[in-house]
Design a binder for this molecule. Structure first.
Ligand code: RTP
Ligand code: MG
Length: 139
């Protein structure tokens, strides 16, 4: 039997500060996704730069780095059928002000930066990010 695909989720510092970790995890669990790994992480500037390698030269990156290192986050690996796409749909559009109601960002965020949750954008990104955040996980 082939293993279910996996994705990487980061529950960002705004969600931890607002007491929304359970709410966010609950939405993934109720969808039918499986938690493979989970840990609280204080993101360092170096880890932020590696995670957001595609954005480090962008104007919006310095404040994003300040935000993502501003307090503890919760790093999660989820598994399930079409999990990369499923998580992106549940998260909603990047900007919480424009994200559709029913999505995590659409229901709970009014910000383009403090948007509660990250989800890998492809299977390739998921593999890279899981290796970066969970080097202790095998394959
Ligand atoms: P994420 O990576 O956090 O899941 O979000 P995403 O795929 O929906 O958005 P992405 O384009 O990867 O951007 C990563 C994070 O950078 C911040 N951002 N700010 N123009 C801006 O000011 C801007 N664009 C992106 C957001 O916090 C976004 O989550
Ligand atoms: Mg992204």
């Amino acid at each position: 039997m082939t293993e279910l695909p996996r994705t990487f989720v980061l529950i960002k510092p705004d969600a931890v500060r607002r007491g929304l970790v359970g709410e966010v995890l609950s939405r993934f669990e109720r969808k039918g996704l499986t938690i493979v790994a989970l840990k609280q992480v204080q993101v360092t500037p170096e880890l932020a730069d590696e995670h957001y390698a595609e954005h480090v030269e962008r104007d919006f990156y310095p404040p994003l780095r300040t935000f993502i290192t501003s307090g503890p986050s919760v790093a999660v690996v989820l598994a399930g059928d079409e999990v990369v796409e499923a998580v992106r749909l549940l998260n909603g559009a990047t900007d919480g002000r424009k994200a559709a109601p029913g999505t995590i960002r659409g229901d709970l965020s009014l910000s383009n930066r403090e948007n509660l949750v990250h989800g890998s954008d492809s299977a390739e990104s998921a593999a890279r990010e899981i290796a970066l955040w969970f080097p202790e996980l095998e394959g």
